[in-house]
Design a protein around this ligand. Structure first.
Ligand code: ZN
Length: 236
């Protein structure tokens, strides 16, 4: 059985729902899974704390995690945050710009994340990068599209002379399907962990526990998470 396992992967892990599911997904497929998180001056330390809690609890609910969950890396890219400044990183209303992109869009964020992740992976001897980017029902962020990531993968391969692969297991899934995948990977225990300990809310609100987890309930991230959870629970 172990021969089916691939050697190693680096998961871009923010502490949010999507990247947590990607981490669980990776733990079932790779012998060693390391994580990387980026501090780009987000409003909330709450996301960074969610990362630690999820990593700590994963071995309780996912047996594979005990032997396979490897090192965590934290990268300070506040310099980028200062340049890319947006509603995510500063107190500002969430609104649409002339391109039809919400002010929560941080220009080039995933490209920067992947460049840092690839540099780190190169040093760690890892060739697979895994991210929770999804083009199905998100806000149309152009750096979440598979086209963009294919181009990025090619740029990283050429620029670092290593056969990097960018895996995006959630790319074609709706939020409801992501909840279903969570259950498929780790049953009710993993669903509960994702509900309880991952953080998605743009406002960093953890005041109220909804069926789908904590959050303000009205920002775009909360709305997506709540809607997906309701669709999934309704269909289950
Ligand atoms: Zn919210």
């Amino acid at each position: 059985m172990t021969s089916d396992l691939k050697p190693s992967a680096l998961v871009l892990f923010s502490g949010g729902q999507d990247s947590a599911v990607c981490l669980a997904w990776a733990l079932q497929r790779y012998e060693r899974v390391e994580t990387v998180g980026f501090d780009y001056g987000q409003r909330h330390a709450v996301e960074l704390k969610a990362r630690l809690t999820v990593r700590e609890r994963l071995p309780e609910v996912l047996p594979e995690a005990q032997a396979r969950l490897g090192e965590d890396h934290s990268v300070d890219i506040r310099g980028f945050g200062a340049v890319a400044d947006s509603a995510l990183t500063r107190e500002r209303a969430i609104e649409m710009d002339a391109r039809g992109l919400p002010s929560t869009f941080v220009p080039g964020r995933n490209l920067v994340f992947l460049t840092y992740a690839a540099a780190l992976a190169d040093r760690r001897g890892i060739e697979v990068l895994i991210g929770g980017m999804c083009e199905t029902d998100f806000s149309g962020y152009p750096d979440c599209r598979r086209d963009t990531l294919d181009a990025m993968q090619q740029a990283l391969r050429l620029g670092m002379a290593r056969d990097f692969v960018i895996e995006t297991p959630l790319m074609r899934l709706t939020k409801a399907e992501t909840w279903a995948l969570t259950q498929k990977i780790g049953g009710e225990a993993l669903v509960e962990l994702v509900e309880e300990d991952t953080h998605t809310c743009y406002l960093g609100d953890r005041g109220e526990r909804h069926t789908w987890g904590y959050g303000c309930g009205s920002c775009p991230a909360c709305e997506l998470r709540a809607k997906g959870h309701a669709e999934w629970a309704g269909a289950a």
